[in-house]
Write a protein of this length. Sequence first.
Length: 194
Amino acid sequence: MPGYVMGNFFIYSVINAFTPGPGNILALNTVTNFGYKKGRPLFWGIFAGYYVVQIICAIFVFGVSTFLPDVLGIMKYIGAAYILWLAVHIALSRPSTDSVEKSASFLKGFLLQFVNVKIYLFGITALTGYITDYSASLWVLLLFEFIIATIGTIATLTWVGMGVLIQKVYQKHYRAINIILALTLLECVYSMLK
């Protein structure tokens, strides 16, 4: 594989991973509401879900590409509905430590990734746009999806770090910040459905 293809793959992956998406925004909102320590289960769920979804993408690209448009079509609407619910939840939320176990759970972060159409499209586009012209081996596809999930995890950790930095500001201006985060999620829904 030529070096410029690898370079383009990494540029695409970094830009896509660091842009606002449901996982990054939920991580930011969770750390500003509950802090890093109490938000860790959710973050671990987001990370684990990211890797599992990328494995699914590699398997789809490898062998089930004829079914992919139908699956993504269904996932797009399920994902849009969930992200819309998440946007409303964030817009209405207040800083609180009540029900932290429910609000910042591993399962919530993990399941978010299964309806996060952005990372499905991210993984599939990266493979079909940069990798499959040079190799369609399942192991190669899995390797590149592992790289994508690792870059995505680093991006989410960056969003968590930003949340830690703005936590005190958030406590004072939570309503405006939550509205901005919710509007960002609504933009994710809009771009997903257009």
